[in-house]
Design a protein around this ligand. Structure first.
Ligand code: GRF
Length: 217
């Protein structure tokens, strides 16, 4: 809980931060209860840190190199999050595997956005892999984070049709435009307590989801 008594969330990122910007902008428009209370980057030159500072948000670069183990870095993250009164962790392009010791206690309070229609293409180079496989559809998934990489219960998916002329780059741009619509909405569901993880399943408005919510709706 933040100092203002609001449900507080942190964004963890490594790079450009366009999804962070979408959250900041949605809060500005009143479509999201609040912007993040804290932004943590694992790279000192992450553009997301600049975006956060410009929005007046507390930002921190936390260097993984200062810790000899994944678990040690997780402990440092944990203490930063606790100090800031964080309730939810929102991963937005955080290019680092988190220790199980970190992820498990945050179960149900940590989400990620992954640029593929999970369970297809966990890991990297998702846009290229979708094209090379001859897929007709591609997109992005918001899911709860569990120790297994890109494998947690899915909450929502943005879907688009792959065009014949699409390259990995055009696909990435179109997928990211969809992410910027989807992620603020899902984060708002979290902040409102509408979505939760129960017994390994996503519950939205009290009902167990058998499939992720699809965007555009
Ligand atoms: C997004 O496409 C997200 O799906 C993936 O990393 C990318 C981050 O982009 N996890 P940005 O830093 O938010 O612009």
């Amino acid at each position: 809980m933040s100092a203002t008594g609001r449900t507080a969330y942190a964004v963890l990122l490594s790079g450009f931060g366009s999804n962070l910007q979408a959250l900041i902008d949605a809060a500005e428009r009143g479509e999201l209860n609040s912007p993040p209370s804290l932004i943590i980057a694992d790279r000192p030159n992450a553009q997301g840190l600049v975006r956060g500072k410009a929005a007046g948000i507390q930002t921190r670069f936390m260097s993984p190199a200062e810790h000899s183990t994944r678990a040690g870095y997780g402990l440092a993250l944990q203490s930063a999050l606790t100090d800031a009164g964080i309730d939810y962790v929102v991963l937005a392009g955080f290019m680092r595997i988190l220790a199980d010791e970190f992820v498990v206690p945050w179960g149900g309070r940590i989400v990620n956005i992954h640029p593929s229609l999970l369970p297809r293409y966990p890991g990297l180079n998702t846009h290229r892999r979708a094209i090379e496989s001859g897929d007709t559809q591609h997109g992005s998934t918001v899911h709860f984070v569990v120790p297994e990489l890109d494998a947690g219960p899915r909450i929502a998916q943005f879907r688009l049709n792959i065009r014949r002329e699409d390259t990995a780059e055009t696909l990435k741009q179109r997928v990211q435009a969809g992410e910027h619509e989807m992620y603020p909405k899902v984060v708002q569901w979290l902040l409102e307590g509408r979505v939760e993880l129960r017994d390994g399943h996503t519950i939205l408005d009290g009902k167990r989801l058998t499939e992720p919510v699809t965007f555009p709706g």
